[in-house]
Design a protein around this ligand. Structure first.
Ligand SMILES: Cc1ncc(COP(=O)(O)O)c(C=O)c1O
Length: 560
């Protein structure tokens, strides 16, 4: 063999070794993905694009599960009763909503996605939900018709201490900065106090202010990439981190997020990937996932069966975070806790305190603005720095016209100061979880005693509703709850968020209404199901409908 051949065979061997290494990495990554569609961002987008529209007209609406005529007729009567009630009780609210809906894309979207799409048109026509409210008071809100509802929306999680608290913090916060008015760029002195409190709460060195949780997450990830000089962001299956493209690689974002890896939560295979790859800049954790690891936000629009499940195991999740922390430290990966939702809700020191694990960067938002829009990043000094001393042109840019807006900073200072008061300490106390766990258990006891096919699961004051029957109609419960005077956000029974000012009496009133709604749902036959039905068989049936629909539309197109 001459020298040239030897050199080529050496090169060939190197190429084979490199290919094998690549294959191994690829396989390792595949193993670390959650087996659900949610765990496969690209695939889920492709499949979503194939799902055809079809809906059940009035004839199938009440018996899409092949219910016997007697049950379908009970459902029809129940639906008609609800439709009458909605038409009279919510008339002004629905009218105002209809007037603006054509001009507000957000309203059109939320209206279309309250229930599975096959049922949506019929529901929208007859059960107009309405998006306007005129006042809040204690734990209630009032719509344009003067109906008072117990507020279970939690204003997307912002409302932690109760409406009256935020009215006060917004007003006093504005009063504090009135002399400055609109002055952006230089800071109002109140900022210094906010920074002092935030560094103490987070246990981290520096702070940056932004206008939303989404922006705070963008900045935290950008800093992690800048300082590690690595490319990939790891997020966990199902976790929400705002609507920036890189943290929403699946359905909802038309552009593939090439630098994001979506891995399985609480998984050894995920730890193996983190341990072996050198291109991972950061791991983003939304501690809310502790309630449903690897599950997406539980919206009623995807409630086509009874498979929604949730269960919070604090010790198991804390243990997972500790192991994740250790691997990130070992591999120089930046661990980011996205506490935009749970921060301050679980403990005054947030998820770090609650689970006993420290992150390198923490994002906060929602409630910390004291009622105004905000995003915050707290972090280690070395990670927060936006320039390099030895490379002056290599900077990590981040600005925002309204960052540290005086009104937001004023209200934030009210919020942060409140955390130090005896009143706040009493609200959290040692028994915050006990209080909410106890309330959830009491409600579940009542539901079980009456043989109703519904239960709640909770992470402290954040609740989700689960169903014990493989029914196709579980999403109807949201309309019965509203009829009983319980206000839910547009994702329906997937997320109930309580403010901490709910007294025992308030909670009992909510529980009474919840049970009454479930009773009506049972009476009207929505929980009838074929004894042979399972969640799997329901999903299989829906898949068959979709395939038939797609096939019919392909044939129709060909014929045309
Ligand atoms: C964990 C988490 N991160 C980020 C965001 C985005 O925050 P914002 O809606 O303020 O942009 C949210 C919003 O719900 C969130 O829950």
């Amino acid at each position: 063999m001459d020298a040239t051949v030897l050199a080529f065979s050496g090169l060939g061997a190197t190429a084979v070794v490199a290919s094998l290494a690549r294959l191994r990495r690829r396989l390792q990554l595949s193993h670390a993905k959650h087996r659900s569609l949610t765990g496969h961002a690209r695939m889920s987008r492709r499949i979503a694009a194939l799902i055809p529209f079809y809906d059940y007209g009035e004839d199938r609406f009440f018996c899409s599960d092949a219910a016997p005529p007697e049950v379908a007729s009970r459902r029809r009567d129940g639906f008609a009763r609800l439709a009458d009630l909605y038409a009279t009780r919510f008339a002004a609210t629905a009218r105002q909503t209809a007037e603006v809906a054509g001009s507000i894309s957000d309203v059109q979207f939320t209206d279309a996605y309250r229930v599975p799409f096959q049922y949506s048109r019929h529901v929208r026509t007859h059960l107009r939900a309405g998006t306007f409210v005129q006042a809040s008071d204690g734990v209630t809100i009032t719509d344009l018709d003067g109906n008072r509802f117990y507020d279970l929306t939690g204003s997307y999680g912002v409302n932690l201490f109760g409406h009256d608290f935020y009215k006060g913090s917004m007003e006093r916060g504005l009063a504090r900065v009135r002399d400055l008015g609109l002055m952006l760029g230089p800071y109002h002195p109140v900022v210094a106090d906010n920074v002092r409190r935030l560094t103490k709460i987070s246990g981290l060195d520096e702070v940056s202010f932004h206008m939303s949780g989404t922006e705070a997450v963008m900045q935290a990830v950008r800093l992690a990439r800048y300082h590690t000089r690595r490319r990939y962001l790891v997020r966990f299956c199902g976790a929400y981190h705002g609507w920036w493209g890189d943290v929403q690689p699946g359905v909802g974002n038309p552009q593939p997020a090439r630098d994001t890896l979506t891995l399985a939560d609480m998984s050894e295979q995920t730890l193996a990937v983190l341990r072996t790859r050198r291109d991972i800049a950061c791991v983003l954790v939304n501690p809310l996932q502790a309630l449903h690891p690897n599950g997406a936000a539980p919206a009623d629009t995807s409630l086509v069966d009874g498979a929604r499940a949730a269960q919070f195991d604090k010790a198991a999740y804390a243990d997972w975070l500790k192991r994740l922390r250790a691997v990130c430290s070992e591999r120089g990966i930046v661990l980011i806790f996205d506490e935009v939702f749970v921060g301050f809700r679980l403990a005054p020191g947030g998820a770090q305190e609650y689970f006993g694990v420290r992150a390198d960067l923490v994002t906060y938002g929602k409630t910390v603005g004291g009622g105004f829009p905000v995003g915050v990043v707290c972090g280690r000094r070395d990670l927060m720095k936006r320039f390099r001393d030895d490379r002056p042109a290599d900077i990590c840019f981040a600005r925002g016209t309204f960052n540290a807006h005086p009104a937001v900073m004023g209200a934030m200072s009210e919020f942060l100061a409140f955390l130090d008061t005896p009143k706040a300490r009493a609200l959290y106390g040692n028994s915050l979880d006990e209080r909410w766990n106890d309330r959830a258990a009491r409600l579940n006891g009542r539901l079980a005693a009456e043989g109703l096919a519904v239960r709640v699961a909770n992470l402290s004051s954040i609740w989700t509703v689960c169903y014990t029957k493989p029914s196709r109609y579980n999403w109807m419960l949201q309309y019965y709850l509203r009829a009983e005077g319980l206000a839910l956000s547009w994702i329906g029974t997937g997320r109930l968020i309580f403010s901490l000012d709910y007294s025992d009496a308030d909670f009992e009133a909510v529980a009474d209404r919840f049970v009454a709604a479930a009773r009506a749902m049972e009476r009207d036959g929505w929980w009838w199901c074929d004894p042979a039905a399972t969640n799997k068989s329901i999903r299989r049936g829906i898949l068959k409908e979709m395939i038939a629909q797609r096939w019919a539309s392909l044939r129709g197109r060909r014929a045309a």
